[in-house]
Design a binder for this molecule. Sequence first.
Ligand code: UDP
Length: 241
Amino acid sequence: MGEKVKPLYRRILLKLSGEALMGSLSSGIDNRVLEYFTQEIKQVHQLKVEIAIVVGGGNIFRGRTAGDRGISRVTADNMGMLATVINALALQDFLENADIPTRVQTAIEMRAVAEPYIRRRAIRHLEKGRVVILAAGTGNPYFTTDTAAALRAAEIKADAVIKATKVDGVYESDPVTNRNAVKYETISYLNLLNLGLKVMDSTAVSLCMDNNIPIIVFNFNQTGNLLRVVLGDKIGTFISQ
Ligand code: UDP
């Protein structure tokens, strides 16, 4: 028998942006990406790590950018939240096709398609080994799904917010435009906020800071990385006090 692998985290909150679901498409959902995400999540689920997922909606609709199209900010944000439900339902089917039990809970009630978000019930699902996909953000306009991730992580007492991105972590400047940009292996919440590094919005970072929940930013596009993060490998950037 090989060495027994022991995850560092017992319960995680995984944040998947809507944009990530697009893959190389210009909008919408790329099934190949969902298939890939499913396999990555499965590896961690098999270790009996409890997984809650907050999905974004930027691949379908983003509130902030809709203001100039004659739609009010609040309406646009409501539309953005509905977009996250669409993504959550797609992700649910992919996970279930891979024999991973799931529940979708939405912060905006729509009982025909998903459970309403009920904190205690979400925790119960996690304890029973179900992946809980949390949709509709916080249920309030003017927030983001990053903030929803921080909020839900605090509510369900997750050990970490794990933010999936397409870069290797937090850089001092954009690694795409500056090839010499240095990556932070660790950074404090306050430094991140003071330097104005745009990894997560400041509301999300502050919420994690106030509740002492570490944030790990990592490259989800590399096979096995989610598992490595959960096992405590030092990849990506670790954000804490
Ligand atoms: N949104 C909101 N309240 C929330 C979460 C999200 O109003 O608590 C809206 C907001 O308009 C946002 C959109 O939903 O632009 C999609 O979420 P987000 O942009 O965070 O998705 P991501 O960037 O992760 O794809």
